[in-house]
Design a protein around this ligand. Structure first.
Ligand code: PLP
Length: 378
C-alpha cells in the first residue's frame, strides 16, 4: 500500500500531467508571465462555474480578504465580526488594516459561525461580517444576509475551504459559496479543493463598481497605467498558475465528488462508535469536505492521533488554539471565558486524511485503525 498522506498532490498531478505540462509549456513559450491571456480566460471560466458577474484573480487568499476590506473602505475603529475557530488570515488582515476584530463562537456540530452568535456581537461600530465556510460547508448565508441587511453591514465570505460548495436557499434555489455576500474571497493554495502549484487567490462580486475598485487595488491602485487612484497592493495571479487552474477547474466537480465519497465511507465505518462524533451536514449546504473532521469526545483525541501516527496514518488538528488565545493578538483583549464552543472544539477535533486520490485499501486501513482504537478503550 502506498504511504497515506493528508493530501496527495503528487498522485493528483500524475493523473493530469499531460494536460498541465502542456498548459505550463504554452505560458513559458509565450513569456507573458504577468497578466497573460490565461489569467483573463481563467477569470471568465471560473465566473461561469461560480455564476458570478466578476472574478478578480489575485496573489493569495489572505490578500483577497485584505483587498476586500480595502475596497469596501473600512476604516480604523470599524468592527469586523468573524469566527474564533478558523485559520488566522481573517483577523490578521483586520489587524493589519487597523480595524477591530470581534470574535464569535461557532456551532459545535457544523463548526461554522452562527446567526445567533453574530447578532450578539453586533455593536454600533460593526461594519462587516466575515462568515468562513469551514471545512467545505457553507454558513447559513440566508440568515446571515438577513442580519446584514437589518444592520446595514457588509458580508465578506471567506470561501477558501469551500470552492464548489452550493448554498441551498429555503426556496430551493442554489448559489455557489462565495457569491452570496457583498464580496467573496478564496484561496488556491495547493491543498485547497481548487489549488494551484504555488500561491493564488480570487475575489467574487456581482457589484461592478466594487469589482472595478478591487481590480485597481490589486494592481497598485491604478486603472490607467501610472495614474494611481487608490492606495493599492501588488497581488496578481501568475499566468502559470492561471493556466494550471484552468485545467484543474475542469476536474473540480469530480474532485469534490471523490472527497464526498471518501467522507461517506468514513461515516459508514464510524457510525455508532462511542466517543466519536461525525461531521454534521447542514440542510442548507452541500459539503465538499475540504477536511473530514471528527470530534473525539472521550478525552482521548491526542491518544488517538498518537496511535494513528504509529501505524503510519497522518491526521491534523485544525485548529489547536482559538484565535482569541493567539499571542500576536493579545492586545485585543478577547475575553477567554466567553468562547466555550471554540475551546471545546480545539480540544476535540481531529481531521483525517482527505483527498481525491485516496484508495479503498487506504480507507479500510484508516477506518480499521480508528475502530480498533475505540474497541481497545472499552
Ligand atoms: C487557506 C485559507 C486562507 C488563506 O489563503 P492563502 O491563499 O493561504 O493566503 C484564508 N482563510 C481560510 C479559511 C483558509 O483556509
Amino acid at each position: 500500500m502506498k504511504d497515506i498522506q493528508m493530501v496527495d498532490l503528487r498522485s493528483q498531478y500524475e493523473r493530469m500531467k499531460s494536460e498541465i505540462d502542456e498548459s505550463v509549456k504554452r505560458v513559458l513559450e509565450s513569456t507573458a508571465f504577468i497578466k497573460g491571456p490565461d489569467v483573463e480566460a481563467f477569470e471568465n471560466e471560473l465566473g461561469s462555474y461560480m455564476g458570478v458577474r466578476n472574478v478578480i484573480a489575485c496573489g493569495n487568499g489572505t490578500d483577497a480578504l485584505q483587498v476586500a476590506m480595502m475596497a469596501l473602505e473600512l476604516k480604523p475603529g470599524d468592527e469586523v465580526i468573524t469566527t474564533n475557530f478558523t485559520f488566522i488570515a481573517t483577523v490578521e488582515v483586520v489587524a493589519l488594516l487597523g480595524l477591530t476584530p470581534v470574535l464569535a463562537d461557532p456551532c459545535l456540530k457544523c463548526f461554522n459561525l452562527t446567526p445567533a452568535e453574530i447578532e450578539k456581537a453586533i455593536t454600533p461600530q460593526t461594519r462587516a461580517i466575515v462568515p468562513v465556510h469551514l471545512f467545505g460547508q457553507c454558513c447559513n448565508m440566508e440568515a446571515i444576509m438577513a442580519i446584514a441587511q437589518r444592520h446595514n453591514l457588509y458580508v465578506i465570505e471567506d470561501t477558501a475551504q469551500a470552492t464548489g460548495a452550493d448554498f441551498i436557499f429555503s426556496d430551493g434555489r442554489r448559489a455557489k459559496a462565495g457569491t452570496i455576500g457583498t464580496i467573496g474571497c478564496t484561496s488556491f493554495f495547493p491543498s485547497k479543493n481548487l489549488g494551484c502549484f504555488g500561491d493564488g487567490g480570487a475575489l467574487y462580486t456581482n457589484d461592478d463598481e466594487l469589482a472595478a475598485r478591487v481590480r485597481s487595488i490589486i494592481n497598485h491602485g491604478m486603472r490607467v497605467r501610472y495614474y494611481h487612484d487608490h492606495v493599492g497592493v501588488n497581488s496578481r495571479l501568475d499566468t502559470i498558475q492561471a493556466a494550471i487552474l484552468r485545467v484543474k477547474l475542469r476536474h473540480l466537480d469530480s474532485f469534490n465528488r471523490a472527497r464526498r465519497k471518501a467522507a461517506e465511507s468514513y461515516n459508514r465505518a464510524f457510525q455508532g462508535i462511542d466517543g466519536l462524533v461525525l461531521p454534521e451536514s447542514s440542510g442548507w449546504s452541500t459539503h465538499i469536505f475540504h477536511q473530514y473532521t471528527l470530534r473525539v469526545t472521550n478525552g482521548k483525541r491526542d491518544a488517538l492521533q498518537t496511535a494513528l501516527r504509529s501505524s503510519g496514518i497522518p491526521s491534523m488538528i485544525y485548529y489547536p488554539v482559538p484565535l482569541s488565545r493567539q499571542k500576536a493578538y493579545e492586545s485585543f483583549n478577547f475575553r477567554h471565558g466567553s468562547f466555550p464552543v471554540t475551546e471545546q472544539l480545539s480540544r476535540e477535533v481531529l481531521s483525517l486524511p482527505m483527498h481525491t486520490e485516496i484508495t479503498d485499501e487506504q480507507m479500510n486501513f484508516i477506518t480499521e485503525n480508528v475502530t480498533n482504537f475505540f474497541r481497545n478503550q472499552e
